[in-house]
Design a protein around this ligand. Structure first.
Ligand SMILES: [Zn+2]
Length: 362
């Protein structure tokens, strides 16, 4: 197998490669079947492989497909770690836990969101506190989600969107949209009204198997932000925050953080690391989002908007726009060419190596 072959053309192939690599590596795996099916009737699951000591005090968790269609990237790296013998490279008392397909439904259907239009990386808030508000979103919702993808409704929505970006700025536009919203179930970056299947699965597993750890590093693989093929490390917190300082010590000075305003992402509530924190409250946590670039930000955002429209208003597979929007979405979150995959695999290894070194030092 060459690095190219770690990556797959669809979810079913990705899952098969992952499970075959698990078997070859001879490591334990937990399979959590999802209640729904893929577009071709295929089974869906979150599969979790455990490399290294079962009761390790130091755990690096590498997750894929928190945003479904982004899973091609992380899945390829996970299969690579299994195939290239990373299970035998770990220090005693250290584990590398590979969570394959946090959002299997979105991965299989090649959507960023889950089966309920939930953005899983906005779903890990404490719902008992009431959802965070996002007053700016209400104004944007009707132009982000037009009634029709053709004709006057689309043209009017596009013009209003352009006007918003011109007058308020692209940064403001991105802040409002991608911060997450909890009031429009058919809108973009919707966080849900309670814990999703994926969240319950992840928190359940982590609570049962990882809560004895002293240190946990979360590396969540994403795509769609930053320069094409490059993996940008986005940390948590800012200067003086111990987690942020650890992140810089482990991954280098070019670590970005939304709290510092130097990241392509925005400061978020409800990211997946909050789930591990909730499930393992006694562990020191060092979490990053690893973002691999694909296309320019506005093109990625337009793809998210198109995919949302397709299912919210367009009737999904029945729409004449189905094929084009599926292609647009895939191109926004996956690099099909060999060079992109090689770059991802190389950077993916570097980051996990840094995480393993960091968690064994200090
Ligand atoms: Zn993502």
């Amino acid at each position: 197998m060459t690095p190219d072959n770690y990556f797959s053309a669809n979810y079913a192939e990705a899952r098969q490669k992952f499970l075959e690599a698990v078997e070859s590596a001879g490591v334990p795996v937990w399979k959590f079947p999802h209640p729904l099916k893929g577009p071709n009737g295929e089974d869906l699951a979150t599969d979790i492989a455990w490399l290294g000591a079962k009761n390790a005090k130091r755990i690096v968790v590498a997750g894929s497909a928190t945003h479904g269609v982004e899973g091609f990237c992380g899945s390829g790296c996970q299969t690579g770690f299994l195939t290239e013998g990373w299970a035998n490279r770990l220090n005693p008392d250290t584990a590398l836990v590979l969570v394959h397909a946090n959002t299997p439904h979105g991965f299989a259907h090649e959507r960023r969101v889950n089966e309920d239009n939930i953005d899983l990386n906005r779903n890990f808030i404490d719902f008992s506190d009431g959802p965070p508000d996002n007053p700016g979103y209400a104004e944007l919702h009707p132009i982000l989600v037009p009634e029709s993808w053709d004709g006057a409704p689309r043209a009017e929505a596009d013009a209003a969107l352009e006007n918003f970006k011109q007058t308020k700025g692209l940064r403001e536009f991105q802040q409002i949209t991608s911060r997450g919203q909890y009031t429009y179930p058919d809108g973009l970056f919707y966080g849900g009204t309670g814990p999703s299947w994926s969240r319950r699965t992840i928190e359940g597993f982590a609570g049962e198997h990882m809560s004895g750890a002293a240190r946990i590093a979360v590396v969540d693989f994403h795509t769609g932000l930053g320069p094409r093929g490059y993996g940008e490390v986005i940390g948590r917190g800012g200067v003086g925050d111990p987690q942020y300082e650890r992140t810089r010590a482990w991954y280098g000075d070019d670590v970005k953080s939304a709290a510092l305003g130097n990241s392509a992402s925005v400061r978020l509530n409800g990211t997946i690391d909050f789930g591990y924190r909730r499930a393992c409250p006694d562990a020191e946590q060092t979490a990053i989002t690893l973002e691999f670039g694909t296309l320019p930000l506005e093109e990625v955002h337009e793809a998210i908007r198109a995919d949302n429209w397709l299912y919210a208003k367009g009737g999904g597979a029945a729409s004449p726009h189905f094929k084009a929007i599926k292609q647009q979405t895939r191109a926004a979150f996956y690099g099909e060419e060999s060079q992109w995959k090689t770059d991802i695999w190389s950077r993916g290894q570097e980051i996990i190596e840094q995480a393993l070194t960091g968690i064994n030092n200090d």
